[in-house]
Design a protein around this ligand. Structure first.
Ligand SMILES: [Fe+2]
Ligand SMILES: [Fe+2]
Length: 266
């Protein structure tokens, strides 16, 4: 597969941008389950080295490196959805293609800031947790819910927490990049909400009931997210009060599991 097999991160961005025609016009369903090529070490999150605080340049660069890894996977997931769901409406493809390009810009922004701080891509290991949250067996409703409403939606909550933490340190370039990314991500999540509703309607499903049902079905495979839910950003990206409550309960169940685990192991 073209963009997945390109190893160098800068080359990957270039190849992606040259392939709009492929992404928008290809009609053959290509099932992608391999982990895409990386020019950084891929390690399970638990095996990553400890992080430094944001008051150090290394701590800031490491945070941007984690963010770059998220943007890279978001970019690849965009192409993956286009490859695995050739039957979706052209309008969906065009909007998703724009989002995929926007992820490539976010990735580039992170790489530039990492270098401005004196570090480079590959200085730390990465993981492919986002990529591994989806499956070739997903329906388009599963995929939109997982990628755009759950993963990118959780990214909004996390980005806001990040901005608050960065507020107290001298890191103008880093703050600017994170702020731009988080503002643009609202549109990505809104894309997910709008198309989630459209696909529900097309299948004669009630989105209000489907959200809880589908999240219950998928929650075992979703990565744990425990950042406080940002109600304002969630509302801006189309979440209903019932959906936000569901996410609050899910977060609480993750936190409870953590505290039971800690008690058992203390
Ligand atoms: Fe992004
Ligand atoms: Fe995004």
């Amino acid at each position: 597969m073209w963009a997945f097999n390109v190893t160098n991160v800068h080359e990957k961005i270039k190849v992606l941008r040259q392939n709009a025609d492929f992404a928008l016009k290809q009609t053959i369903r290509t099932v992608v389950s391999i982990i895409p090529a990386r020019d950084a070490q891929v390690l399970e999150f638990k095996a990553h080295p400890p992080k430094k605080g944001f008051s150090t340049k290394e701590g800031q660069a490491r945070m941007l490196h984690d963010l770059a890894s998220i943007e890279l996977q978001a970019m690849e997931l965009g192409i993956r959805t286009l490859s695995e769901f050739p039957e979706v409406p052209q309008e969906f493809k065009e909007e998703l293609w724009k989002i995929t390009l926007s992820e490539s810009e976010h990735l580039e922004m992170c790489l530039t800031e990492i270098e401005a701080l004196g570090f480079k891509w590959g200085d730390w290991p990465v993981n492919c947790g986002l990529w591994q949250s989806v499956s070739p067996e997903d329906s388009i409703l599963d995929r939109v819910l997982i990628v755009h409403r759950y993963l990118e939606g959780s990214g909004l909550d996390a980005g806001d927490s990040l901005l608050k933490r960065l507020g107290g340190v001298d890191a103008v370039g880093v703050q600017k990049a994170v702020k731009i990314i988080n503002t643009e991500e609202i549109g990505h999540v809104l894309f997910g909400t709008n198309w989630y509703i459209n696909f529900c309607k097309a299948e004669k499903l009630d989105p209000t009931h489907d959200f809880a049902w589908r999240m219950d079905k998928l929650r075992a495979v979703l990565p744990r997210r425990i950042n406080p839910i940002n109600h304002d950003l969630r509302k801006q990206s189309g979440f209903t009060p019932e959906e936000i409550q569901y996410l609050e309960n899910l977060r609480m169940s993750f936190l409870e599991k953590d505290s039971v685990w800690k008690k058992k192991n203390s």
